[in-house]
Design a protein around this ligand. Structure first.
Ligand SMILES: COc1ccc(S(=O)(=O)N2Cc3cc(-c4ccc(C=O)o4)ccc3N(Cc3cncn3C)C[C@H]2Cc2ccc(O)cc2)cc1
Ligand SMILES: [Zn+2]
Length: 328
């Protein structure tokens, strides 16, 4: 079977740091008005992606902090959950994003912590799994959102951690990977969520690190890029999902970092700044964060260090006194 991949033209793209800062600072303004309005359904997450990316390359400086915190408050619901934008329904995805942004601003203590904690713990099911909102869709993504959100607030002991870990273990496959539910196929993004959850819970002993490490290293293609499943095209965001998981498992030397770096840099937009999913596509804040975050794990240029488990600046995780488990 011909391996699907992209062909990098041999001009290595220059590192356009200033343009990435401009791209991130202008998102939501006139230049990106259209895309930004189209993305209202995920705006709170879009702000976490854009602001974290900016923090990493702008020496931790974030503009308009008060305006951002007012926006978070405008998305708060009486149940303790946050919506992506005013007038939308609350959901665990955007509650995590709101807490992550508040932590970036060093203002997490100004949040209604007890209400958020009760919102998140009420989403845990009898089998230890989590749903994303009242409609009840179960997904290991939501286990990660719940554990990350509560641990950032120093409250992860309010849920049944043993059962939460048990559910994640029930989603482990013979290839060492994890899926969205028991029996679902292994997928790079869900493996990151499950290994990240076990890292927060201090239970990486449950991971078969060699078998999973091998499956993850198999994601690298001749272009240097990583895909999320066999036979898929490489994509910059998998540079984060797959590479940060290898980093947590102490096996990130199992892939060729130089080739991954080349693929990520080739996915920069040299005109307007930002990163796309692969060379030649439109850049967006989502792929810009995950491209920069992977480069940060490779200590590229002046990008500030990032924590592989939380996808947040190390300085913020250290300030919160959090020590997510990693294997050496
Ligand atoms: C453009 O098409 C999509 C498809 C899915 C989504 S998603 O919300 O389900 N989601 C996140 C995601 C976001 C973007 C994006 C564009 C502009 C912005 C502004 O901030 O963000 C783009 C893609 C995307 N995807 C889809 C994707 C990424 N790489 C390959 N694909 C198909 C991921 C998707 C799932 C997701 C992942 C992480 C997360 O924290 C939340 C949702 C969003 C747009
Ligand atoms: Zn992607």
């Amino acid at each position: 079977m011909l391996q699907k991949d992209v062909k990098l033209d041999n001009t290595t793209k220059t590192w356009v740091l200033k343009k990435h800062i401009d791209f991130l600072q202008s998102f939501g303004k006139e230049r990106h008005q259209y895309e930004s309005s189209m993305m209202e359904f995920l705006r709170m997450s879009g702000m976490y992606w854009g602001l974290t990316a900016l923090y990493l390359i702008n020496d931790g400086k974030i503009p308009k902090e008060d305006e951002i915190f007012e926006y978070i408050k405008s998305c708060e619901h009486s149940c303790g959950g946050y919506s992506p934008a005013p007038g939308h329904d609350p959901h665990l995805l955007y509650t995590l994003s709101a807490v992550q942004i508040a932590c970036l601003l060093n203002r997490e203590l100004e949040l209604p912590i007890e209400k958020i904690v009760s919102y998140v713990s009420n989403l845990q099911q009898d089998d230890g799994s989590f749903s994303g909102d009242k409609w009840g869709e179960i997904d290991t993504r939501y286990s990660f959102c719940a554990l990350a959100c509560l641990s950032l607030l120093g409250k992860h002991n309010v849920i049944d951690l043993v059962k939460a870990v048990e559910f994640i273990k029930s989603c482990q496959n013979f290839d060492g990977g994890f899926g969205s539910r028991p029996g679902a196929e292994s997928h790079g993004g869900l493996i990151y969520c499950c290994v990240g959850s076990l890292s927060i819970a201090g239970r990486l002993d449950l991971v078969d690190a060699d078998t999973l490490g091998w499956w993850l290293a198999e994601r690298q293609l001749p272009s240097g890029g990583l895909n999320g499943r066999p036979e898929k095209l490489p994509d910059v965001c998998y540079s984060w999902w797959v590479f940060s998981t290898l980093n947590i498992l102490g096996r990130d030397h199992w892939i060729d970092k130089e080739e991954l770096k080349t693929f990520i840099l080739a996915s920069q937009d040299n005109e307007g700044g930002g990163f796309s999913d692969r060379p030649g596509d439109e850049p967006d804040p989502f792929h810009t964060l995950f491209g920069l975050a992977a480069l940060s794990l490779m200590s590229y240029d002046t990008i500030l260090p990032i924590d592989p488990t939380y996808c947040m600046p190390k300085a913020v995780i250290n300030r919160l006194g959090l020590k997510p488990q990693t294997l050496s």
